[in-house]
Design a protein around this ligand. Structure first.
Ligand code: FAD
Ligand code: NAD
Length: 443
């Protein structure tokens, strides 16, 4: 007999598990299908393991800045120990997530989901039916279609390296490329980052990106711009990375050139659900062309950055839709961050957007190097950029390059969202001297 469910969720990452758990809690009969690791990218091969590695390199970099300033330190990264620390965390994620879904009364099915018709899907030998479908299958790393592409590795392998090689080359100029470059360089590798045009991290302000690149270069990362790589060759124990006028030997090559949606092998074509490499085409209710098929998180071609908090937000929104709410989705302000060395984060109206309407917006960039927060840490050229709406006399956007950028942008996000005026900020008392108290001097 074919088992029937109210909702089937495909993919057990942050988006899928959040949707399945909420629907079950609301009394639905729910199944969730996962073909690989329960918990998905973020806790197994993304944010969390990356942050464990980053925590050690961040501590090392901060200690290095204080060397000779009263801190005796000879810190270095013991990669195998750090990797053991990471694995100790990640090893319990998949079984733990699976167990918790089962304990919540959700039917968990391991395997690759494939649609037979608009209500029926097969997972191996098993066939199930569902009234509603939520696609939450995430993204996978894009591999460049070049000669020798079989030699390219991805962030998946980087985050599970047994040893840090002497030299590594990273192709790409986005989130992953800059985060891996910082970690590997701090762990002692000679890192080369190769980007195909002259504007890496193009969603972030040019001045801050340029300063980040300068600082990485000073710390030994070779950043090569405007170089299209056409071939990877294997040379006994190493590789050659080859471009038009470029040829470099390296121990390992990573492709960090974007990610593509895992929606091309679900059998969606024959049932009329439209998709592209960006994900399932969705309307403002996160519904596909087939109205009972929803897509959430990384596998939805929605107009927002593909991040864990966004995945959770979209999952909760779709749960409400399925349970009968019909309002259009309205996204909150989404802060973004690159965990590079230093961190680069932004929120709200960007400097690029501001430049398109200079009557309305003013951009103010402040070098906060002399401020106590940064002086005591001996940070080099920390920058904060504010975008001010001159008509409303309100800060509407912010970007920050510093080791404090994560929390600084979290605070600024709240002030922007709640439209705090400079006067209100000056009337607010924060612990001093902290990142929060710095904001009073910025406003
Ligand atoms: C290296 C790296 C670092 C990152 N760091 C951050 C960070 O610091 N902060 C942040 O907010 N975001 C970060 N992200 C992004 C974050 O991981 C994703 O936005 C988040 O995981 C999206 O969740 P999701 O549930 O949509 O997709 P995923 O977490 O990718 O989950 C999708 C799941 O679907 C499964 N699946 C796919 N196809 C099928 C199928 N046919 N049948 C069954 N199951 C299937 C997959 O195996 C996977 O488990 C990072 C990503 C990477 C790669
Ligand atoms: N801290 C975080 O929140 C975090 C960290 C890692 C990943 N992520 C998520 O994962 C997604 C994927 O990250 P990503 O870095 O793989 O993709 P990305 O889209 O951020 O960057 C890809 C980069 O590769 C470049 N590129 C494309 N083709 C190239 C080529 N032939 N040679 C060299 N460079 C080339 C692009 O111009 C772009 O700069 C991010 O967009 C983000 O949603 C988030």
């Amino acid at each position: 007999m074919v088992e029937k469910y109210d909702t089937v969720v495909i993919g057990a990452g942050p988006a899928g598990t959040a949707a399945a758990s909420s629907l079950k809690a609301q009394g639905q009969k729910v199944a969730i299908v996962e073909e690989d690791l329960w918990g998905g990218t973020c806790p197994n091969r993304g944010c969390d393991p990356k942050k464990i590695l980053y925590t050690a390199v961040e501590a090392k970099e901060q200690a290095d800045l204080l060397a000779g300033q009263g801190l005796n330190t000879q810190s270095s990264i013991e990669w195998p120990d750090l990797m053991a620390n990471k694995r100790n965390y990640t090893k319990q994620i998949s079984p733990g997530t699976h167990e918790s879904l089962k304990n919540n009364g959700i039917e968990t099915i391991t395997g690759h989901a494939q649609f037979v018709d608009q209500h029926t899907l097969e997972i191996g030998q098993q066939t199930i039916e569902a009234q509603n479908v939520i696609i939450a299958t995430g993204l996978r790393p894009r591999i460049l279609d070049i000669k020798g592409k079989e030699f390219l590795q991805t962030s998946n392998e980087f985050l599970d390296l047994d040893e840090m090689p002497e030299s590594i080359t990273i192709l790409g100029g986005g989130y992953v490329a800059f985060e891996l470059a910082g970690i590997a360089s701090s762990a002692g590798a000679k890192v080369t980052l190769i980007h195909h045009n002259n504007r890496p991290l193009k969603a972030f302000p040019e001045k801050l990106v340029q300063t980040l690149c300068d600082q990485l270069s000073e710390n030994g990362v070779e950043i090569i711009l405007d170089q299209e790589i056409t071939e990877i060759q294997k040379d006994s124990a190493s590789y050659r990375v080859i471009g038009n006028d470029f040829d470099k030997k390296t121990d390992i090559v990573f492709a960090a050139v974007g990610r593509i949606a895992n929606v091309d092998q679900l059998g969606l074509d024959q049932i009329g659900v439209e998709y592209s490499s960006k994900g399932v085409k969705v309307n403002e209710h996160l519904q596909s062309d087939v109205s009972h098929f929803y897509a959430v998180g990384d596998s939805a071609a929605s107009p927002v950055p593909k991040l864990t908090p966004v995945a959770g937000f979209e999952a909760n929104y779709v749960v409400d839709q399925i349970l009968g709410d019909h309002k259009e989705i309205g996204y909150p302000l989404v802060p973004t961050i690159i965990f590079s060395l230093p961190k680069l984060s932004q929120v709200g109206v960007t400097a690029q957007q501001a430049e398109e309407d200079t009557d309305r917006y003013q951009v103010r960039t402040v070098n906060v190097e002399e401020w106590i927060t940064y002086k005591r840490q001996h940070e080099k050229q920390p920058l904060v950029q504010l975008v001010i709406d001159q008509k409303q006399d309100q800060v509407v956007g912010a970007a920050c390059l510093s080791m404090e950028a994560d929390e600084m942008i979290n605070y600024l996000r709240l002030l922007i969202k709640h439209e705090y005026s400079a006067n209100e900020v000056s009337q607010t008392l924060f612990n001093y001297p902290t990142i929060a108290s710095d904001i009073q001097y910025l406003y």
